[in-house]
Design a protein around this ligand. Structure first.
Ligand code: FES
Length: 281
């Protein structure tokens, strides 16, 4: 389980400033329920440009709730100019740190704040519209968000990009694009293409060993990022039987995870005609 600081636990269990705000004149909204996290931030800014009150409504995990709660506390009493300087790092620092896999929650707070201030100054609609092309379809993450997270937080690996933006944490289809963006931002030549799937047929033993390796090194770590997990139950010829655990168990889209992520990665990295089924179904 996640290792949360006392401050995260406190703001999760006793969130401050929850709900909508009467008389709010700046509202910012980011994320979507379909992607698992959403935040709506309400600000009441007086004529002198000082944030008199701030509240939030959120849908998300403990870190999302704690980050949103702290954001509203940090904003009260600040001028609009001061609020503009607030970053996701300030939110995470105030909480005494967040698990690296949950840094995207602090980024969501920063984006909601930007959306609210832009709407207040008549620059944009309250809903944050990210720039660039859509890179990660699973989590609705755009090119501009990824580049910014890399620059502002000094990210150097795709795994870190996933921690800060969620991009890449689902089916894995966008991982190559993420690597290309990262290489571009870091001024590196693109990485060599991944090794192709073995041309000669695998023996049963080789297949079992490779499936177990891909499950442990690639699939399970990705599912665990969102509280899920998977267990290898058996391998019957080219059919891999698995059991879903944690948040994946009973998830309404678990069949998509199995075919579009688990099966797809095994087909790419082990054998192209491998299939995956949930044991007992
Ligand atoms: S498209 Fe990015 S994880 Fe699926």
């Amino acid at each position: 389980m996640w290792d949360y600081t006392d401050k995260v636990r406190d703001h999760f269990l006793h969130p401050r400033n929850v709900g909508s705000l009467d008389g709010a004149n700046a509202v910012g909204e980011v994320g979507s329920l379909a992607c698992g996290d959403a935040l709506k931030l309400f600000l009441k800014i007086n004529d002198a440009g000082v944030i008199e009150d701030a509240t939030f409504q959120t849908f998300g995990c403990a870190s999302a709730i704690a980050s949103s709660s702290v954001l509203t506390e940090l904003l009260k009493g600040k001028t609009v100019a001061e609020a503009r300087k607030l970053t996701n790092k300030d939110i995470a620092d105030y909480l005494g740190g967040l698990p690296k896999e949950k840094m995207h929650c602090s980024v969501m707070g920063q984006e909601a704040l930007e959306a609210a201030l832009a709407a207040y100054q008549g620059e944009a609609a309250p809903r944050h519209e990210p720039e660039g092309e859509l890179v990660c379809k699973c989590f609705g993450v755009y090119d501009g968000q990824i580049r910014r997270a890399i620059r502002e937080n000094g990210l150097t690996s795709v795994e870190e990009v996933t921690d800060f933006t969620k991009a890449g944490g689902g089916c894995g289809d966008c991982l190559e694009k993420l690597q290309a963006i990262l290489d571009e931002e870091l001024g590196k030549a693109p990485a060599a293409a991944p090794e192709p799937v073995a041309a000669k047929p695998l023996t049963n033993l080789e297949r079992m060993r490779r499936v177990a390796q891909v499950m442990d090194e690639e699939i399970r770590p990705n599912l665990k990022k969102d509280g899920g997990d998977i267990e290898l139950v058996d391998i019957d010829g080219k059919t891999v039987l698995v059991a879903l655990r944690g948040a994946c168990k009973g998830c309404p889209v678990s069949n998509v995870t199995l075919t579009d992520f688990v099966q797809k990665r095994l087909q790419e990295l082990v054998e192209p005609d491998i299939t995956v089924r949930e044991a007992g179904k």
